[in-house]
Design a protein around this ligand. Structure first.
Ligand code: NAD
Length: 469
């Protein structure tokens, strides 16, 4: 009988994976990392962490490679699941986000050792793991955040207990299972990534105060960032943004228009880095608006703006307006249909001219609705951009060929990401240089997180030796 060698290898790998899974506790009440209770999930991750500690960096990197491949191969499945489950975003864009997370999240090469030598020998400063990290993930980027944080946190030597947003539960848990299966098949421990079957706010709170969680990472809005920063544990907070796109008279206007529409409409404006309002110097405003219409924006005016406001925002007792969550991440076509306007699917953005204090400018909508505010000059543009960014220090975009203008806004606004003459997503490595992350930590200062963000510095001292100078 002529048995195919590849088939034998594949069957052997599957048998081995099953054996390793049961030996490593993969089925000890958990389903590829998904448990019933927080205690069980954290305990399983703690055990997996111990096993990961016993592996070499090369073996760790093998697990990362397997995670990348599995995430990349399931990018479409997870994108479709996320759109179906959350009712937000666009499948084609979510595929790109999953793929970017899989391929452009740094691995173990991100960990650097520093050395100091002198008369008294050699001292090393190394990046060690924290242990078990509690990672709280959003509904807007469910699978991509788990892929990206999962790879980065394991590359740094940690295990992770995830607290996904309940409205993206199935997508999040499926992502965790896919990654765990890949790790096990590559010879790694079961349960390096865990979660519970029914995520809830109560469970997240229990996780945050759990004694076996060593570090917290929150990717979400202001509420969750505040919660982790008040936890008494080491915490990374990646919070909300409201990125302005500033256009001055020196910009390549057709390109600026095209880039802004592309960035604003990417995944229906769900990314925290996406253009949320345009501030344009008056002299080029008409030209910009006209090109934006050419590139897929639909301009509404007057009562249409009021009608849309009444649909997508809710009045709140203390705050002037809040977001109607039913419309977050919806297509421009759908949003316009709510006010009786029919457009083809090629329309990606709803455009409107507003005053600087309009709720569409002030609030982080996460919908492809783009208010454009005209200002008299670059000074006014910079002042307004800083104001509407609300001190989030998250992301800003500018279209200009004047280096002084670019430098002035970048200095004044102090955002973690500043994109020049490109769509916002160039700032996370889509069409721009640099690694990808979906956890951008402005409030706590880690910036665009990568494995080294999930490490603690340790000093190792050897006295009177190994200095050869
Ligand atoms: P969200 O804040 O509603 O939820 C995020 C996560 O935090 C969820 O898992 C949720 O269950 C949990 N959570 C919320 N409030 C909590 C609390 N008080 N205590 C404990 N857990 C809590 O956000 P979302 O709608 O899922 O995501 C959109 C928001 O996240 C936007 O504001 C966006 O800008 C921000 N975001 C930021 C980044 C970044 O890298 N900075 C990335 C993605 C999303």
């Amino acid at each position: 009988m002529n048995v195919d060698q590849t088939l034998i290898t594949k069957i052997a790998a599957q048998v081995l994976a099953k054996l390793q899974q049961s030996a490593a506790g993969g089925n000890d009440g958990g389903d590829y990392g998904v448990y019933q209770t927080v205690d069980e999930g954290v305990a399983a991750a703690r055990e997996a962490y111990k096993q990961l500690r016993a592996l070499s960096i090369a073996e760790r990197e093998k697990l990362i490679k397997a995670m990348r491949e599995a995430a990349y191969n399931h990018a479409e499945l997870l994108a479709k699941m996320a759109v179906e489950e959350s009712g937000m975003g666009r499948v084609a864009d979510k595929i790109i986000k999953n793929q970017m997370g899989a391929m452009k999240t740094p691995g173990t090469e991100d960990l650097r050792t520093e050395a100091q030598t002198g008369d008294h020998g050699l001292t090393l400063y190394e990046m060690g793991p924290y242990g078990v990290i509690g990672s709280i993930t959003p509904t807007t980027n469910p699978s991509e955040t788990i892929i990206c944080n999962g790879i980065g946190m394991i590359a740094a030597g940690n295990a992770v207990f995830f607290s996904p947003h309940p409205t993206a539960k199935n997508t999040s848990l499926t992502t965790i299972k896919i990654l765990n299966k890949a790790i096990i098949a590559a010879g790694g421990p079961a349960n390096l990534l865990t979660a519970i079957e029914k995520p809830s706010l109560e469970a997240t709170n229990a996780m945050m105060s759990h004694r076996d969680i060593n570090m917290l990472v929150a990717t979400g809005g202001p509420g969750v960032v505040k919660a982790v920063l008040s936890s008494g544990k080491k915490a990374i907070g990646a919070g909300a943004g409201n990125p302005p796109a500033v256009v001055d008279t020196t910009a390549d206007i057709p390109k600026a228009a095209k880039d802004i529409v592309a960035g604003c409409s990417f995944d229906n404006n769900l990314p925290c880095i996406a253009e949320k309002e345009v501030i344009v110097v008056g002299a080029v405003a008409d030209e910009l608006i006209s090109y934006m219409q050419k590139y897929g924006a639909y301009l509404i005016a007057g009562k249409q703006i009021d009608d849309l406001l009444a649909v997508v925002m809710t009045e709140k007792p203390k705050k002037a307006y809040g977001i109607n969550k039913d419309y977050v991440g919806k297509d421009a076509q759908y949003l316009l249909s709510q006010i009786g306007i029919t457009v083809p699917d090629s329309i990606r953005v709803v455009l409107c001219e507003t005053e600087a204090d309009h709720p569409f400018v002030i609030e982080e909508l996460m919908m492809p609705i783009l208010p454009v505010v005209q200002v008299k000059d670059i000074d006014a543009a910079i002042e307004l951009a800083v104001k509407v960014e609300h001190g989030n220090r998250h992301t800003a975009i500018m279209h200009s060929k004047n280096v002084d203008h670019l430098t002035r806004l970048a200095k004044a606004i102090e955002t973690t990401i500043f994109v020049k003459n490109a769509p916002s997503y160039a700032g996370i490595g889509v069409g721009g240089e640099g690694h990808t992350t979906f956890t951008i930590a402005g409030p706590t200062g880690e910036g665009l997180t990568s494995p080294r963000s999930f490490t603690r510095q340790r000093r190792c001292v050897l006295v009177d030796g190994f200095s050869i100078v």
